[in-house]
Every structure is written in C-alpha cells, then in structure tokens.
Write a protein that binds this ligand. Sequence first.
Ligand SMILES: [Zn+2]
Length: 388
Amino acid sequence: MFRTIIAANPIDLIEPGIAESLDVLRGTVGADGLAVWVAAPASTYFRPRAAENKVLRFDGGLTYRPDAACFATTRLKPPAAAARSRDILEELFEACAERQMGLSAIISAARTGGLARRHPDAACKNVYGDVSQTSVCLSNPDVRAWLYSLVDDVTRRADLEAVYLHDFRMGCTDAVDVEPAAPADRRQAIRALLEWCFCESCRQRTAAARVDVDEMAVRVRARIETLMDAAAAAGQTAAQIAHEFRLSGLEPSPDTELDGVLAGVARVSRCPVILGPGWGEGASALPRVRAVLTAGRVIPWSAGLAEAGRALADFAAQPGATPATWLGVQATDAVMSDSARLVSLFKTLAESGWAGAFVSHYGQLPLSMLEALRQAIRFARRADTAGL
Ligand SMILES: [Zn+2]
C-alpha cells in the first residue's frame, strides 16, 4: 500500500498544539504517518503558517528527553534539548495512535546540533585542520557508541514504525554553506574537497589502507588552489576529481566502513531502520546499501526520478527481500509548487511499486502546498487501489 509520511520538527507541531496539528495532518491532508526529528541538526527557516517566530532559528540537538542511563558509558553526552521538559515522544505516540497514524523518529547520524561544538575531538576536520562546528565523524568509535546509544534510547521509548537515519555520511558539512570566490562552475568541486575529512580517525583508517595521508592532503590543498585560480585551466566536477584521486590510490573515505555503522544501528534498533534522504549518496549506490539494510531507504526527488526508477527496477530484479523505497520530497523542491505535477508524481509512484512518499519540512509548507498534498495523496490512493 502506498503511504505518505510527513516529516516535521516537533516545534512546528507543539506550537499550534499536538492534537490540532495531527488533526490537520491526518484528517485534512490525509497523511498515513508522522516522522519527527528527535536528534536534529541546526537550521533556520521560514514558517508561513506560524503565528510567531516566522523565521525560526533552531539550534537542533535532542528534541526528546533522553534517558541518561543509556549514555552512561558513552564519552559523547547529549547536547541541550529544545523541549526537554516534555516527553514529546510519548505525547506524539499517543496522539498518533488515537488517529491510526504511525509514528517514526528521524535521527541525524552526524549532525545533531551542538554535538560537534561540545565534543571538538570527535568532530570532522577539513584538509586545513579546521574543526567542524556541525559534524561529528562516524569514523570515530566514540561517535558510533553515541549513535548506537541514541538509537537504543529512542526506540525503546515507544512502539515506533521506523527510525529514519539522516546525515549518514562522513565529512565537514560546514562547507555546504561556503560560497568560494571562484568561477561558478568550480564552486561545487571546491565545497566537495573542503568536506573531505582528515580527523584523527579518518587519518588512521586511511593510513591502514596503505594510503599516504600526508601526500593526499598535499594533493587536495593543491587541487583547491588550482580551482580557486581563475586563470588556471577549466575545473572538473566533484565526481571527476574524486575519481582522479581514486585512480592515483589516494581514496578519501572507503564507504565500506559506513556499511558497518549501518549494520550496528540496525542491530540496536527495536524497529526497522530506513536510510533517510540526506545520506549523501546517489541512487546508484543502492545495491551496496542492500547488503546491510533490509528495511528501506528514501531517495530524494532531486536525485532524479528516472535514475531512482532505474535503481528501483535493478533492486527488484535481485534475489532476496526487496527493501521498501520511498521518494523524498521537500518543501523547496520545484514539484511542490506545481499542484498538477505533484498529483501526477504521486500517481506514478503509487502505480510503479514505490512504498510511498516522504515529505519533509512540514513547518515550511504554506497552506497551498498542504492542499496540493491532500489532492496528491487522494489520487495516489485511488491509483493504488485500482492497481490491486
Ligand atoms: Zn573523520
């Protein structure tokens, strides 16, 4: 059955009132499930439907009340929470159950707000040695212990439908906001190189793979310099540069390590683990994911529906259980501003074997988009039933 899950920051549900918000989501819009951020990155966003704080500066962190016992042995400790005084998970779980809605939790694997600042020794470091203010490194054993404890704590609270793992990647994501004064076609490549992590754990891992880390750092810095030089020959894309480094044996971060972390999370979780849309990899990497994750994953709409559709077909053709595939759509995606296109997208998804749609940034949706969503869900449900 095709299902629509709406992802929200708990603040955007609590302010109007949990009951009121869920009545809108379930009753008016027709969503099947709610996914809430329990460990969130910092963000600033515009909330068209909010009564106050229209531009919200959200520090991120844990939005639920953590059980200190779960973090007794971890070196990383929970950062300040936005709504510590209430047990948000319990309140939401009860309100969802009353309305036959599933509740899921969204966890940022590497970018929980406040964590990197509180634990600079566990944070990512770029090629110049700058310590990330936003990302801790999944390569670091202390960070993994923290993540496993977090998943353990969250999933023992309530009978959750799933845990969505967001920001599942290694790298200095501070670079995402950097706008280098270089020719426009090279900025993306520069940002990508600035994301490469050279923290102690990454250096050790890379050295263990018999890669000369110092040589690699020298080459990365030289590459950034060339890209910044407007007079130098035309740049390459981030993917071409990564390929070039791989060819010369200077691989930045073998992703096999992330497979192990994913398997670790799945082991401690009491509910299915779904790889959320913000996992930093294209749809082409999906077969690898399958080996360690059987529950499902969300492919962002921005990755391209055609590519995602091909990956879905490839996946289905392989033996064994096929993980559910969701399409991730966010408030700022162009398709959200075009009601007819959204309806047609949802119909196509429902007819072609997608598990559903994962619509994020609930607080950022204006009323017109909620209305478009309501129609799209209705059409998808009809298409779904017709296909049975
Ligand atoms: Zn690292």
